[in-house]
Write a new protein. Structure first.
Length: 353
């Protein structure tokens, strides 16, 4: 599976960058397996290097990222700059993409080298099998290590990118939307609502890393037993302790100060440890009912996470098991759907992903 996938990315890179040499083929294999783990020994130095390269790079309307494996992409600085995205966001992605799992990556690297060998033998790459064989033999004699791009590649392709985990690619539409909020007062608030199992938590966690923002979880406002009445569940968005959110979170969200709120643990059906929210430029409110009408328009950006009914059930079964999936199907999903329809959340969203 991984081999077939890498073959596809290898062909794409050969078409995009016809100046690729055997040396660049090894570099691609190394990045596809290891990412950029060798470039972050000194975080301050890495940031200085990125900033200098970013300033020297001219903006271009090209693809922001080029997939190089199932796990990694090359994020083009020229495209990032063209989209007016801050370099510090890309740097955070880069930092969080660095992996220390070198032992598991080396066998993958060698598998990718074999795939390049097969591709060269079939004439699919812009260098000869002899050039590949000679360079690879010389390279492996020195041990597995990162290499630079070849001089012909640098002269022709002008590479300027950072290797980042592919999962951050799903954030691109969100980040492009957030750029337009540059004039808004800080802290800026992002509300991520949407259907169960649509990826709200994943998006929030990734955004949290990129923006260095804390996340307020709507799961922390699970409805206590004493409020669980049929009259309550008949309300649009009644399946959340919105009154407590209004008391403990809403007054603090737009203030440049830290705060904390109580977390409700649905496992024990009681209050657990408090969640601390630091003072920062961005804050994220994540979960179904984060756009509850009782909260008003507290957010600067509304994101709605969508998913088909079929994929939703597949994910819930995988995540929660078949028994709990049945509870979702007959109880929680209908309550969510009533809330979405009543409050017209898709229509009000700034972005649907």
């Amino acid at each position: 599976m991984g081999g077939a996938t890498f073959t596809r990315y290898l062909k794409q890179q050969a078409l995009l960058h016809p100046s690729m040499t055997a040396q660049d083929g090894v570099k691609l294999c190394f990045q596809a397996a290891f990412g950029a783990e060798h470039l972050l020994a000194d975080q301050e130095q890495a940031w200085t290097a990125l900033l200098a390269e970013f300033e020297q790079t001219s903006p271009q309307g090209i693809e922001v990222f080029e997939a190089i494996s199932a796990e990694y992409s090359r994020y083009n600085l020229a495209a990032w700059k063209h989209a007016k995205l801050p370099p510090e966001w890309l740097f955070q992605m880069f930092c969080h993409s660095v992996s220390a799992e070198r032992e598991s990556a080396e066998p993958l690297f060698r598998e990718y080298l074999n795939i390049v060998t097969a591709g060269v033998n079939k004439g699919l790459l812009p260098f000869t099998s002899r050039a590949w064989r000679e360079y690879l033999e010389s390279y492996l004699a020195g041990g597995v290590r990162p290499v630079h791009h070849s001089a012909p590649y640098r002269i022709s392709e002008h590479p300027a990118y950072r290797v980042v985990k592919r999962e951050y690619g799903k954030l691109l539409p969100v980040l492009q939307t957030l750029v337009a909020l540059s004039g808004k007062a800080e802290p800026k608030i992002i509300a991520i609502d949407g259907r169960a199992a649509a990826g709200k938590t994943t998006v929030a966690n990734l955004l949290s890393q990129v923006l260095k923002a804390d996340v307020i979880r709507m799961d922390d406002f699970f409805l206590p037993m004493e409020l669980r009445t049929e009259a309550r569940f008949a309300q649009s968005g009644g399946n959340i302790h919105y009154e407590r959110f209004c008391r403990e979170v809403l007054p603090h969200l737009k203030k440049n100060e830290s705060f904390s709120y109580r977390r409700f643990d649905c496992g024990t059906m009681d209050y657990g440890e408090s969640r601390f929210i630091q003072s920062s430029s961005w804050r994220i409110v994540e979960g179904s009912y984060s756009c509850h009408p009782a909260f008003g328009d507290y957010m600067d950006c509304r994101v709605f996470c969508e998913i088909s009914a079929e994929e939703q059930m597949e994910r819930i079964i995988k995540r929660n098991g078949r028994q709990m999936a049945e509870v979702f199907l007959v109880r929680w999903i209908p309550l969510e759907e009533h809330y979405f329809k009543t409050e017209r959340l898709r229509n009000k969203a700034d972005l649907i992903i």
